[in-house]
Design a protein around this ligand. Structure first.
Ligand code: ZN
Length: 178
């Protein structure tokens, strides 16, 4: 039995239209992604929402119908049960490094360090950096305008003091001349 349109849409929305394994989204690939049965149907996997993962075509193809056959077989990361940060860490060069045996196996099996994903991570990191710099620039501009206001206030105060000073000097001079 194939999945209903409603179930497909629920899986898609839950994943925010992005591959739950590698993070690429529909806009990146220019189309809808696929629905993967984490525990494959051929290995007794069900059609329940908990067993369905929104996945890009590449991740889905690399994963195929993997399911550990023995107790000691490597376990693939299940994005529905554990966060990515439990198994991977993203490096500055866009490479993903594994933190656990499941992480090692998943990176290898799903080719999570394929060149296109590294390029996408680098692009995202650059965007984040640009956003950080823009925020800093805005902070500095705000600070600068505050300083300008304070400087104007100081200049006005200084003029008033000078005026006062001139007045007192005049008074003093007139007394001396008396
Ligand atoms: Zn993917």
């Amino acid at each position: 039995m194939s999945l209903t349109a409603s179930i497909r849409e629920q899986v898609r929305q839950r994943a925010q239209c992005a591959c739950e394994f590698c993070g690429v989204n529909e806009i990146d690939v220019g189309g809808m992604l696929t629905i993967d049965h984490f525990q494959p149907r051929t290995k007794a996997g069900s059609d329940t929402l908990e067993n369905l993962v929104y996945a890009c075509i590449a991740c889905n193809q690399y994963k195929q119908d993997y399911w550990p056959r023995t107790e000691i077989a490597p376990i693939l990361w299940n994005p529905r049960q554990e966060s990515a940060s439990q198994h991977f860490v993203e490096q500055e060069d866009g490479q993903l490094t594994a933190l656990t045996p499941t992480g090692v196996f998943t990176i290898k099996r799903l080719r999570l360090n394929r060149s296109q994903l590294i390029a996408a991570r680098q692009r995202r990191q650059q965007q984040l950096q640009v956003e950080r710099l823009l925020r800093r620039y805005q902070e500095l501009t705000t600070l600068q305008s505050r300083i300008n206001i304070q400087l104007t206030d100081l200049a006005i105060e200084q003029q008033m003091l000078l005026k006062d000073q001139r007045k007192w000097l005049r008074i003093l001079l007139s007394r001396l001349n008396q």
